[in-house]
Design a protein around this ligand. Structure first.
Ligand code: NAI
Ligand code: 15L
Length: 266
């Protein structure tokens, strides 16, 4: 197997549960971590329940790890205090631990909401400035910058995967463009871990959908080729005469509903 021990954070989450089943062939041991209950460890699994905001716990979590899939944290807009603990302090603790433990490569589950303030008429690539659409999006930009710094300073490689919408199926019309099937996610992660060198790479996590807002040219070297497309859900969200209204910001900007929420500063 390519790795001795992979750490998956966020293992109790929607994507974590999927990945728990799918990444086993990549490592002798998969260490699963989350704040929430993850059940009993299966064969080849280790379970470590901890808060990413707890520095000592995260330092211990990294012992013996050779690659990290960092999927833990708050996954939607939330009060800033909570975002700060899980996604800002959490990612800082993670990288300090990665550095101390000598981990060579991380895949960071970033989000399309790092660029959600681009318009739905824009085509965004990794060289363009971030335009977060929420405190959540800002926290993902922080993770992207922090990982850049740890690469420049220490050579720790990271792929920041700006995931679109990774669910069993698109949940609304917007997700016809942002859909990222579970199979494509797994294949993309496989490429992120298998590529000989990734340096610090920003990639967009999307399937081969009929419409796209993101151009993955800067990550083409990873060799990821989507096999799925949202077009198999065609017809699920028929156009209606009054939607979207001309002034509907959730249809004007890529981030959709995330534009309506924040900032929830308290
Ligand atoms: P999720 O909310 O289902 O899972 C996140 C997990 O992180 C949860 O199990 C939660 O308990 C854990 N967590 C939260 N705060 C924590 C803390 N302080 N310490 C330890 N664990 C903590 O989210 P999902 O959908 O599985 O997403 C996983 C990652 O991928 C997240 O980082 C999310 O931002 C990112 N992502 C997901 C997308 C999707 O379409 N599912 C789209 C873009 C990004
Ligand atoms: C995200 O970043 C969220 O984690 C996920 O729950 C979805 O809202 C997704 O973006 C999306 O934009 O559809």
């Amino acid at each position: 197997k390519p790795f001795k021990r992979i750490l998956l954070t966020g293992a109790a989450g929607g994507l974590g549960k999927v990945l728990r089943e799918r990444i086993k062939p990549w490592a002798d041991i998969v260490r699963l971590s989350d704040l929430s209950d993850m059940g009993e460890p299966g064969e080849g699994e280790e379970i470590v329940r901890c808060d990413l905001a707890d520095k000592q716990a995260v330092l211990a979590l990294m012992d013996g790890v050779d690659a990290v899939l960092h999927f833990g944290g708050i996954s939607t807009e939330a009060p800033f205090d909570a975002i700060m603990q899980a996604n800002i302090l959490g990612v800082a603790n993670l990288y300090e631990a990665v550095h101390k433990a000598g981990v060579k490569r991380v895949v960071f589950a970033s989000s399309n909401h790092a660029v959600g303030y681009y318009r739905t008429t824009d085509m965004v690539d990794a060289s363009m400035p971030t335009r977060p659409d929420s405190m959540y999006g800002v926290s993902k930009c922080f993770g992207e910058s922090l990982s850049r710094y740890y690469y420049d300073r220490f050579g720790i490689e990271t792929v920041c995967l700006r995931i679109g919408s990774s669910f069993p199926a698109p949940l609304n019309k917007r997700m016809m463009t942002t859909y990222f099937s579970y199979d494509d996610l797994v294949e993309c992660l496989r490429c992120c871990l298998a590529a000989p060198r990734v340096g610090h790479t920003i990639a967009f996590g999307m399937s081969d959908n009929a419409s796209a807002w993101w151009d993955n040219r800067h990550a083409a070297f990873l060799g990821y080729k989507a096999k799925d497309s949202s077009s198999r859900f065609d017809g699920m969200f028929p156009d209606s005469g009054d939607y979207p209204a001309a002034d509907d910001i959730t249809a004007t900007y890529q981030g959709g509903k995330f534009l309506l929420d924040g900032p929830q500063y308290n």
